[in-house]
Design a protein around this ligand. Structure first.
Ligand SMILES: NC(=O)c1ccc[n+]([C@@H]2O[C@H](COP(=O)([O-])OP(=O)(O)OC[C@H]3O[C@@H](n4cnc5c(N)ncnc54)[C@H](O)[C@@H]3O)[C@@H](O)[C@H]2O)c1
Length: 483
C-alpha cells in the first residue's frame, strides 16, 4: 500500500470530500494525526468518527486575506493539499503550494468571487480559457522539476480525459480487427497507439466531435420543494458554471461560427465562447443506450482535451475536434434549474445534496467520440446508486465518480512529486483507470450508430433556424436543440 507520512490538508468537507476521505485511506496509508480538515460550515458532528481516530478538524474559512497564513498553519514542505471546496482561487493555491513545495490537487479551477465586477468583464475575461492562460503565465517561470499540482481531477474534468484516450485506443483496435483498413494504415494506427500520440491518432481516426455526455437518472422519494435547489453534487459549484457562458473547444471541421460567439485573441485559440449561459444552451447527445438533450455547461475539459488533441504543423492548426459538455442532470436538478431561471438566477434559499433519500438510478458519464468510421463511440462509467452505496455507505453515484478521480490523482502525485502543473491529460490513462476501475460500476466502451441527424425530426420546416447541415453531419449546429 502506498504510504504518505507528511501532513495532509483537506479543504472542504462537502459531498465530494465525504466520499473521498474513506477511499483515500483505503489506498494510501496516512497517519490520522497528520490529516487536517477545514470547512467554514460546522462539520464537527459529521466528522465525529474521524475526529475520534485522530483527524483534526477546524471550522475555518479560507479567504484571499488569510490564505497563506491558514495554509502554513496546517501543512508544510513535503505535505499535500486536497482542495475540494468551491470559489477558492486556484492561482493563489497553486502559487503558494509551489513556493512551499506542497503537493496540490483540486477538481475545478475557480476564483475567489466569480460574480465580482461581472458586468464589466469582457467575454474573454469571463471565460475559463482566460484562467487557463493566466495559469500558463504563472507557471512559465517555474523550473522543470517544480512540485506537482494536479488541477481539475474529479470525474469531469478528470476521468473524462482518460475515458477519451481509452476510446481512441479502442476505436483504433477495433478498426485494425475489422476489415477495410490497409496494411499501411494499420501500421500507422499501431504506432500511434504504442507511442501514445493521441492527437495524431484522433486525426487519423477521423474523430470530429467529442461530447462529455452525462445522464444522471438518480431519483428520490423526497422531491424538491418550492424555493429549494436539489442536486447530486455542489449546488454552489453547479450554479456558478451553469450561469456562465457556454465554452466550446472548436473543431477544424466546423464551417460556421455561431453569430453569438467570441473567439479569443491570444493563446491556442482552441475555444469559442457563446454570449449565452451554458444552462440555456441545449444540445442533443447520446449515452448508452438512449438519446439525451444536455446543457453545454463550461468545463475545463473542453479546453484541455481540444487543446491536447490539436495537431499543429508549421505553427498552423491542421486538426482539432469540437469538445464540450452535454449535461442532463437528475430530475430534481432540472426542476431546480428551471426555478433558478424564474428567480432571475438568484440562488434558492435552501439547497440540498441528495444522498440517503435517493431511491434508484445511475450516473452515466462518458466521452462520446463522433465522426469516425463507426459514427459514434462512448467510453465511460455507468454507476448505480446501489453500487455507490456498497462502495462507500451514504454516498451517491455522482460523487463516487468524482472522488475516485481525486484519489487516483493523489496517488499519482505521491509517486510523481516533481512534475509541475498538470491537467488530467498529462496523467497516464492506464494508471488512472486501473485505480478507478473498481469504483466505476460498469466501464463501458462501445460503438454506436448514433448521429445528430439519426432520429431528428424537424417539426417546423418553415422555421429558417431549423436548417440542418446535411453535408457536414458533425457540425455544431446540427446538435443544437431548436424545436
Ligand atoms: N471535476 C468534477 O468532476 C467535479 C464534480 C463535482 C464537484 N466538483 C467540484 O468539487 C468541489 C466540491 O464539490 P462538493 O460537491 O463537495 O461541494 P459541497 O458544496 O458539497 O462542499 C464544499 C464544501 O467546501 C466548504 N467551503 C467552501 N468554501 C470554503 C472556504 N473558502 N473555506 C473553507 N471551506 C469552504 C463548504 O462549506 C462545503 O462544505 C467544487 O469546487 C465542485 O465544483 C468537481
Amino acid at each position: 500500500m502506498l504510504e504518505f507520512k507528511n501532513k495532509v490538508l483537506i479543504i472542504g468537507y462537502g459531498s465530494v470530500s465525504k466520499c473521498t476521505l474513506p477511499i483515500l485511506l483505503r489506498h494510501i496509508k496516512i497517519p490520522y494525526k497528520n490529516i487536517t480538515i477545514i470547512d467554514f460550515a460546522d462539520k464537527r458532528k459529521d466528522l465525529q468518527p474521524w475526529i475520534k481516530r485522530g483527524i483534526q478538524y477546524f471550522q475555518e474559512r479560507i479567504t484571499p486575506i488569510n490564505v497563506a497564513r491558514t495554509l502554513s498553519r496546517h501543512v508544510s514542505s513535503g505535505g499535500m493539499v486536497i482542495d475540494v471546496a468551491w470559489n477558492i482561487d486556484c492561482q493563489d493555491m497553486v502559487n503558494w503550494c509551489h513556493d512551499n513545495q506542497v503537493l496540490y490537487v483540486n477538481t475545478s479551477v475557480e476564483e475567489w468571487d466569480p460574480y465580482a465586477n461581472i458586468e464589466n468583464k469582457t467575454p474573454f475575461e469571463k471565460s475559463l480559457y482566460y484562467k487557463q492562460m493566466e495559469l500558463r503565465k504563472l507557471t512559465a517561470k517555474w523550473n522543470h522539476d517544480a512540485t506537482t499540482a494536479v488541477l481539475d481531477h474529479g470525474a469531469n474534468p478528470g476521468l473524462i480525459s482518460h475515458f477519451t484516450k481509452k476510446a481512441l485506443v479502442d476505436i483504433a483496435e477495433k478498426s485494425i480487427r475489422d476489415k477495410g483498413v490497409s496494411k499501411t494504415a494499420t501500421r500507422d494506427l499501431e504506432r500511434l497507439v504504442r507511442d501514445k500520440k493521441f492527437a495524431s491518432l484522433a486525426m487519423k481516426l477521423g474523430v470530429k466531435v467529442i461530447h462529455v455526455s452525462e445522464r444522471d437518472t438518480q431519483i428520490t422519494n423526497k422531491p424538491k420543494r418550492v424555493d429549494e435547489f436539489v442536486g447530486t453534487w455542489s449546488i454552489e459549484g453547479l450554479r456558478e458554471e451553469a450561469i456562465s457562458p457556454a465554452e466550446i473547444g472548436w473543431g477544424t471541421h466546423e464551417k460556421e461560427v455561431p453569430a453569438i460567439a467570441t473567439v479569443p485573441h491570444c493563446g491556442p485559440k482552441n475555444q469559442i465562447f457563446l454570449s449565452q449561459m451554458g444552462m440555456n444552451t441545449w444540445v442533443r447527445s447520446w449515452v448508452p443506450y438512449q438519446e439525451i438533450v444536455g446543457m453545454v455547461i463550461r468545463h475545463a475539459e473542453s479546453f484541455t482535451i481540444s487543446d491536447r488533441l490539436t495537431v499543429w504543423r508549421a505553427g498552423k492548426v491542421c486538426y482539432r475536434p469540437t469538445v464540450h459538455y452535454a449535461y442532463m442532470p437528475c430530475d430534481e436538478t432540472i426542476a431546480s434549474l428551471h426555478e433558478l431561471r424564474c428567480r432571475n438566477y438568484e440562488l434558492q434559499p435552501d439547497c440540498r445534496i441528495l444522498s440517503d433519500e435517493i431511491t434508484s438510478g445511475y450516473d452515466i458519464l462518458g466521452a462520446l467520440l463522433m465522426g469516425h468510421r463507426y459514427n459514434s463511440w462512448w467510453t465511460g462509467s455507468m454507476l448505480s446508486i446501489e453500487e455507490a452505496r456498497r462502495l462507500v455507505p451514504h454516498q451517491n453515484a455522482t460523487t463516487m465518480q468524482v472522488a475516485i478521480g481525486v484519489v487516483a490523482a493523489t496517488m499519482w502525485m505521491i509517486e510523481n512529486p516533481r512534475c509541475g502543473l498538470c491537467e488530467p491529460d498529462e496523467l497516464p490513462h492506464e494508471f488512472v483507470l486501473h485505480v478507478a476501475r473498481p469504483y466505476l460500476g460498469e466501464l463501458i466502451s462501445v460503438p454506436s450508430e448514433w448521429t445528430p441527424l439519426k432520429n431528428y425530426q424537424i417539426i417546423f420546416k418553415e422555421n429558417p433556424y431549423s436548417y440542418l447541415d446535411k453535408k457536414n453531419v458533425w457540425s455544431f449546429q446540427n446538435f443544437l436543440f431548436r424545436n
